[in-house]
Write a protein that binds this ligand. Structure first.
Ligand code: MG
Length: 234
């Protein structure tokens, strides 16, 4: 008689395997979901009340760039940088409960949510969407993949950004209005979240205009840093 032996996968091996897959999130990810105005300090600066639900937008995956590539400002656009903690989804989920949400996080990245403020103002006037302002090519520079265990508490990391060596943004994720489990749970009500999808969690105050020749540096203190140069469309 044959005996069927069921071998339980070793959880550390499984984790290694899934982490290896997520390293190419910019190649394999289908969605980049942005959260607008999600720092309490920014809500204060903007003089806004507390939102009932996270205000969201999408950036296409074609907006990704990795280090070594330049941010290209489209002709005539005025662009700001926003430094953000990015959450990379590790497994597929829909209607995820807040209490289970962190199990669906596979890792992190630090991202620049490049935003064309002039396009945003123009489209607001006619009630259109932020797609162009947020989604042009090179509008989502990111760091390499950060394994989940490198950031044991994602709600207490310092994020920073400089332009040409001058500090422009400095914040701590303990200032996030909607925390990561709430974001994952809310988004998964409407969008199936899949491995390699990215959620950019919002930016602390200090977003500022950047132009050709500027060097943007940013990062998560003691974890990762990035540097991107700015150029403009020829
Ligand atoms: Mg943003």
């Amino acid at each position: 008689m044959f005996k069927i032996q069921v071998v339980k996968a070793d959880s550390s091996l499984t984790r290694l395997f899934s982490t290896a897959n997520l390293e190419n999130f910019t190649e394999n990810g289908k969605k980049i979901i942005g959260i607008a105005a999600n720092y309490k300090s920014l809500l204060k600066v903007l003089n806004r009340g507390n939102p009932d639900n996270p205000p969201i937008f999408l950036k296409p995956s074609t907006s990704y760039i990795n280090e070594g590539n330049k941010i290209i400002i489209p002709k005539g656009f005025s662009v700001n940088q926003e430094i953000e903690l990015g959450v990379i989804i590790g497994k597929k989920g829909k209607k995820i409960a807040v209490r289970d949400a962190m199990d669906f996080v596979g890792g992190y990245t630090v991202a620049l949510d490049m935003t064309a403020t002039d396009q945003m103002a123009k489209i607001k006037a006619v009630g259109g969407s932020w797609t162009l302002a947020k989604g042009f090519d090179t509008a989502c520079p990111v760091s390499k993949f950060i394994p989940k265990e490198k950031i044991p508490n994602p709600h207490n990391v310092n994020i920073w950004c400089t332009v040409n060596g001058k500090e422009v943004q400095k914040g701590n994720t303990n200032d996030l209005f909607f925390k990561i489990p709430e974001l994952v749970s809310y988004l998964s009500k409407y969008f199936t979240l899949e491995p390699n999808d990215l959620i950019i969690t919002g930016s602390p105050p200090g977003m500022s205009p950047v132009t050709k020749g500027d060097a943007i540096e940013g990062g998560i203190k003691d974890v990762v840093s990035i540097k991107f140069e700015v150029d403009e469309e020829k």
